[in-house]
Write a protein that binds this ligand. Structure first.
Ligand code: FAD
Length: 306
């Protein structure tokens, strides 16, 4: 039976699309590392790559610079993240205009977290866009952009219940969102249930799973508790005792991510968004496993010489 698994089909790579997320580097050293990562992942021909926008617009210039460099120096299609935090509508519209003038056609539209930090009560900036849905509408008024929005398989921590959470996603879709990208998760059943809930609510855009390869388990566990993503006990157990053993940690991380992605492929998922943390190795390995080989895939698909 095993050879009939969808994820084991020889043509699987041609059926799957991936996107990669980067954050704008702070230092020259980080910039060099990001560029190595971009260079390694670019041949995999991702659907698009996205660049995050720091809290309160703190990375505004660095996000713009990174997106510009991707546009100028690669064939990749960049998506600029944008938030509503600490900026009035005129300021946000100004940033949208700046990206549009550069040739950016894709955005990831977010409300963002309060500048005091995750967990603090969110208050819309006076005269600003109140949430992701309003930002989507503003983008759509400007041009027919490709707009990704967030989705939360475990619901957003501020959502009182799933119905409210899905209603928020519905507003973003009604205002023109092209696709949703999920917060990372480790239990595929949660994702599947969320997608079912969304479909029942009449949401039909792609809901792309956000995959976080675990480069550093302690950091992930710490961050997860703040953003409402659950770290299952079995996952903690897999990384237990590996703090000072980076080699085994990396092998376990690759195995964990591969297990998750291959299971999603079996469930029919064909689009994946990788939170790369500006590192190529794990994302590259997982893409390799699902048949995404860049130039190699093109060679394999070519007809055999007569
Ligand atoms: P929204 O979708 O606008 O709202 C989130 C939740 O807030 C809703 O589910 C709802 O519970 C509540 N809410 C908001 N408005 C209302 C309303 N009118 N009525 C009732 N409830 C409401 N953060 C960054 O700072 N920079 C980034 O680049 C970034 N990229 C991200 C990319 C992805 C794919 C994801 C999933 C998250 C990203 N984040 C980023 C984190 C995000 O900013 C936070 O999760 C933030 O807390 C919510 O932003 P949002 O766009 O999801 O909010």
């Amino acid at each position: 039976m095993n050879q009939f698994r969808f994820s084991r089909r020889p043509d699987i790579g041609g059926k799957i699309r991936v996107s990669f997320e980067f954050f704008p580097p702070k230092t020259d050293e980080m910039e060099a590392r990001l560029w190595e990562t971009v260079t390694r992942l670019a041949p995999l021909k991702p659907h698009f790559v996205s660049v995050t926008y720091g809290a309160g617009g703190s990375t505004r210039e660095r996000t713009i610079r990174t997106v510009r460099r991707i546009l100028n120096e690669t064939d990749l299609l960049p998506a600029a993240h944008l938030t509503c935090v600490d900026a009035d509508q005129e300021a946000v519209d100004g940033v949208i205009g700046e990206f549009a003038a550069m040739g950016v056609k894709r955005f990831v539209a977010l409300r963002g977290d309060p500048s005091e930090g995750v967990g603090a009560a969110y208050r819309p900036y006076p005269g600003g866009y109140a949430n992701g849905a309003e930002l989507v509408a503003a983008l759509k008024r400007t041009s027919d952009f490709d707009i990704s929005v967030s989705a939360y398989p475990e619901k957003h921590p501020e959502s009182p219940d799933f119905a409210t959470d899905i209603e928020m996603l519905k507003q973003k879709v009604d205002n023109g969102a092209t696709r949703a990208i999920t917060q990372f998760f480790f239990d595929n059943d949660l994702y599947e249930r969320y997608v079912e809930r969304a479909r029942r609510a009449g949401i039909y855009i792609p809901i792309v799973p956000g995959i976080l390869p675990v480069h550093n388990f302690n950091q992930v566990a710490n961050f997860s508790s703040r953003c409402g993503a659950h770290v299952p006990d079995w996952l903690a157990e897999r990384f237990e005792g590996l703090d000072k053993d980076p080699q085994t940690h990396a092998l376990v991380a690759a195995a964990v991510a591969a297990e998750q992605v291959l299971d999603l492929v079996e469930r029919g998922v064909t689009d994946f968004h990788f939170y790369t943390m500006n590192r190529a190795d794990l994302a590259f390995a997982i893409c390799h496993m699902i048949g995404i080989r860049g130039d190699l895939a093109v060679k394999r698909a070519a007809p055999a010489a007569a």
